[in-house]
Ligand binder design. Structure first.
Ligand code: KG4
Ligand code: ZN
Length: 332
């Protein structure tokens, strides 16, 4: 079964063709990073406009690369929620129009479910039940995946998402938005014990995070040092910040393992971080549990992950009609 999948929830337009939920036939992604970088963050109106320009040529390219015509497509999956509402509506309206005019069934997909499904694309043997750490620019959640379309949220961030924290600290270090990837490289050259930043966890809740304090701690420390005329090393700040995030993730993952979980998945944009991947893989190995890593190139937003989840939604009978609407905020 071939699914044409469309993702436009933030600043990446993604169109893919995915077969039987697990095989990527094409995965076209157009990032708007350069357009938004000069503003220090995503400008929603500009994002919507860029999606509108990209979506038709990307759909043509995705079909062509998959060697498929529209008549070969069995369902159209589209991200319906959550995300920037104007950006979501571009993909959704396009998908609805295409579905209506061709008669191909429409499947609305939750973006966070899509990030989890990215794990299926790189790990043939990954099947529910398992526990997912969804670490993205908009969300940081610990989610029990009971079945392909049945989820229980165990914990989440109380304030900023992990990716947001990376981007905000990157900004303090004069790195263009989104700074996560550059922070990763910078941290590799620094001393992770140079600064003692707090770990972003909620002590009273075993699966929750809180990232806003660490960002403030970094800013305060650098201001204090500047006032005293003490120079700072960008590499050491990046490495120490990353070490704090990694400590928090290890702490929360230890709690998840202690609660009986033996199959874990890392997904979402921050799951591409090399330090996070190495530390959590080490932890899981030492505890004898299986950690599945989403392939780095599928951690960020893309159409293929929506195509994978769309397949399982279709099998579960979750077909949408023309009244399908977008939602900026949504549970999984
Ligand atoms: O999942 P994603 O593509 O979009 C959302 O759904 O939010 O995540 C984007 C986030 C950004 O904050 C970006 O800086 C971060 O993922 N990111 C990284 C890395 N690559 C992307 N953060 C840390 N290390 C990386 N290597
Ligand atoms: Zn995302």
């Amino acid at each position: 079964m071939k699914i044409l999948a469309i993702e436009s929830s933030c600043d990446e337009t993604g169109v893919a063709v995915v077969e039987d939920g697990r095989k990527i036939l094409s995965n076209e992604v157009l990032s708007q990073i350069e357009i938004h970088a000069r503003y220090g963050g995503v400008v929603p109106e500009i994002a919507s406009r860029a999606h509108t320009e990209a979506i038709t040529p990307l759909t043509r390219a995705a079909l062509e690369k998959a060697g498929a015509a529209l008549s070969d497509i069995d369902a159209i999956a589209v991200t319906a929620k959550p995300g920037l509402i104007g950006a979501l509506l571009v993909g959704l309206s396009f998908a609805k129009g295409l579905s209506y005019s061709t008669g191909i069934p429409l499947v609305g997909v939750n973006h966070m479910r899509g990030h989890i499904a990215a794990g299926y694309l790189g790990n043939r043997d990954l099947e529910p039940p398992f526990t997912a750490f969804v670490l993205s620019g908009g969300h940081t959640s610990v989610i029990r995946v009971n079945d392909y379309t049945d989820f229980t949220v165990l914990g989440c961030t109380r304030d900023d998402a992990a990716g947001e924290a990376f981007d905000k600290v990157a900004r303090v270090l004069s790195i263009d938005y989104p700074g996560g990837r550059e922070m990763d490289a910078l941290a590799s050259k620094g001393d992770p014990s140079a600064y003692d930043f707090p770990s972003p966890i909620v002590r009273t809740s075993p699966f929750d995070f809180s990232f806003s304090g660490i960002k403030t701690a970094v800013i305060n420390r650098l201001h204090n040092d500047a006032q005293k005329g003490v120079a700072f090393s960008r590499e050491d700040v990046a490495a120490s910040f990353t070490a704090s995030v990694v400590r928090a993730l290890c702490d929360r993952m230890t709690n998840v393992i202690d609660s009986g979980a033996d199959k874990l998945l890392l997904c979402g944009g921050v799951a591409a971080n090399t330090h996070v991947r190495a530390a959590l893989a080490g932890l899981c190995e030492s505890r004898g549990v299986r950690l599945y890593l989403t392939p780095s190139e599928l951690c960020g937003d893309n159409g293929a992950m929506i195509g994978s989840q769309g397949y399982y939604e279709y099998l579960a009978g979750n077909i949408s009609d023309i009244s399908l609407n977008s939602e900026a905020q949504s549970e999984i």
